[in-house]
Design a protein around this ligand. Sequence first.
Ligand SMILES: [Zn+2]
Length: 133
Amino acid sequence: MSSPVKSNETALREILSKLSREDSVKILRRIFGDRGVRAAQKAFSKGVKKLRFKPSNLEIWLVRGRGRKEHVVLPGVFCDCKDFYLNVVVRRKIAACHHLLAQILAERFSTYEEEEERDFKLLKILSEEEVLR
Ligand SMILES: [Zn+2]
């Protein structure tokens, strides 16, 4: 299944794969403004985490939000924040929230943290999210 978010994401990853960290931040700022700046702050300050679940091997990404909250991100597809819901899905105003951008940056420059968890923890994380309520 193809979505506008997904095709933008592929193009962005392609562009960033050829750029230095500094130039990537510049380009994100130029395209996404303040969202690009916030994405870089999270990506380069341990704000992005990849969780791999065992034994299923499923993985999700968590990006730090305000305070202690972490947003569940499925790369190129989904984020559970309000900006994604309002401005990407409903208003179609932007291509991505800054959490999705932070995930792309952190993966590109390997600045994310990686953790392994048991499968039951995935259910716990998802049940704490408003998306399933
Ligand atoms: Zn988000």
